[in-house]
Design a protein around this ligand. Structure first.
Ligand SMILES: Cc1cc2nc3c(=O)[nH]c(=O)nc-3n(C[C@H](O)[C@H](O)[C@H](O)COP(=O)(O)O)c2cc1C
Ligand code: SF4
Length: 419
């Protein structure tokens, strides 16, 4: 029977834990930061590399490696910006951390700032997350009052300020370069890369953008050491991760599991299986942009590499389950409508492609589909992949291409019944 492996949710799952500074300290909190401060910043980066931590924001990029790319001796400030925008449909795990255990996350962020030699870090939070924003601001106030943050971090000679900045509801501001533009007070548009943020990020200074869960893992790595952390997961996929499980399951929710447990086990044993005793039809395994898997394709380990090998991606670990009665044409229309609405419009394939995909899918739903339109939808989907400035183009492309490949008859049924 699959059970949760509690590292990041250890406090949250403890009865009576309320996420306050007092509670966090009683649970052993703020012991990783002093440990980090006795090390050289490069040693902290080496430890995170050794632990094999991969980013939890979507791409699974190794965090220690990303930190080691930061431009050095530039004479400029360096910045750590936390991506707390959490807008990928189906994903709601960063919210849990910020809302229920903000200090566990903030401690990891402080360690990250120290490792990168930065004295001001920013947390860019999804604007709709009012309770999480309140919880973060309260936690920061408490840290300043207690001298954990400020000109003398924990009473030492390292100065650090952290600022919460709220977004205004644009999905594209989760893309790291658009996020930085937005943080600078501009319209959130993805930038042309290179230069990458590690060279020219916030205010053209060296910047690392890291996800909330990624930084929270840093607290755990300092606490347990690289080997113990690595041993929690599967090879090349270290640690635990937070899985947002939604859709047609009996027990939707956010669960913490070791990397590499079975995808079907998460759905069956943690999620309680498909609701109403129905048959499983398919699973979107890594947020709405990841290629869909059919029910017969989910007997795989749930980690970055295994889901990749199965032709999809683990992304932000958001699993969306749909049953035999789900209308996949409606589902894809809903997803495509979202990407069309959120496209910033800079690149022609994404601006036009998301628009035409949405229109074509609407045609199917209005019994106005045809084999020609099916082929056109396939072409529109394919043409967005790898042809755009940022990965939103790919995010819009992958569901279309995969749904048409995995469930072609569901689309054909629409015009077969119309004629
Ligand atoms: C359209 C788009 C939206 C994104 N939204 C988020 C988001 O909400 N949260 C996040 O952490 N990363 C998001 N990302 C990924 C970020 O660009 C970036 O890779 C990530 O924050 C890096 O953090 P990590 O290294 O800790 O994974 C998004 C990427 C794209 C292309
Ligand atoms: S891919 Fe889409 S969202 Fe990304 S920059 Fe181009 S138009 Fe904007």
């Amino acid at each position: 029977m699959l059970e949760e492996t509690l590292v990041l949710f250890r406090n949250i799952r403890t009865p009576g834990y309320d996420g306050t500074l007092d509670s966090y300290r009683k649970a052993g909190g703020y012991q990783s930061l002093p440990k980090a401060l006795t090390m050289q910043p490069e040693e902290v980066i080496a430890l995170v590399k050794e632990a094999g931590l991969r980013g939890r924001g979507g791409a699974g990029f190794p965090t220690g490696l990303k930190w080691s790319f930061m431009a050095k001796n530039t004479g400029k400030h360096s910045y750590l910006v936390c991506n707390a925008d959490e807008s990928e449909p189906g994903t709601c795990k960063d919210r849990e951390l910020m809302l229920k255990d903000p200090h566990l996350f903030l401690e990891g962020m402080m360690i990250g700032c120290y490792a990168l030699g930065c004295h001001h870090g920013y947390i860019y939070v999804r604007g709709e997350y009012f309770p999480a924003i309140k919880s973060l601001n309260k936690a920061l106030d408490d840290c300043y009052r207690e001298g954990i943050l400020g000109p003398k971090l924990l009473g030492g000679d390292y100065a650090l300020d952290l600022t919460v900045h709220t977004g205004a509801g644009a999905y594209i501001c989760g893309e790291e370069s658009a996020l930085l533009d937005s943080l600078e007070g501009k319209r959130g548009h993805p930038r042309v890369k290179p230069p990458f943020p590690a060279v020219a990020g916030f205010n053209s200074c060296p910047t690392s953008v890291n996800n909330v869960e990624t930084l929270t893992n840093v607290t755990a790595i300092l606490e347990m050491g690289a080997d113990a952390y690595k041993n929690l997961g599967s090879p090349n996929n270290a640690g635990t991760h937070l899985v947002s499980l939604s859709g047609h399951v009996n027990r939707p929710g956010v669960y913490e599991v070791a990397m590499g447990v079975g995808l079907r086990d998460i759905i069956q044993e943690l999620g309680g299986g498909v609701r109403g005793g129905k048959q499983l039809k398919g699973v979107i395994p890594g947020g709405s942009s990841s290629p869909v898997l059919r029910a017969d394709e989910i007997d795989i380990a749930y980690d970055f590499d295994s889901v990749g090998k199965a032709g999809s991606m683990m992304g932000s670990s958001a699993i969306m389950v749909f049953d035999e009665d789900a209308d996949v044409v409606k589902l894809l229309h809903r997803i495509s409508r979202f990407y069309n609405h959120e496209s910033c419009g800079q690149c022609t394939p994404c601006r036009e492609g998301t628009h035409w995909a949405r229109q074509l899918l609407r045609d199917f739903l209005q019994n106005n589909g045809s084999e020609r339109k099916l082929n056109r939808l396939q072409r529109v989907g394919r043409n967005m992949g790898g042809t755009t400035l940022c990965a939103l183009g790919d995010a819009a492309s992958m569901p279309i291409v995969s749904f048409l490949k995995k469930f072609p008859d569901d689309f054909r049924q629409y015009y077969a019944t119309a004629s």
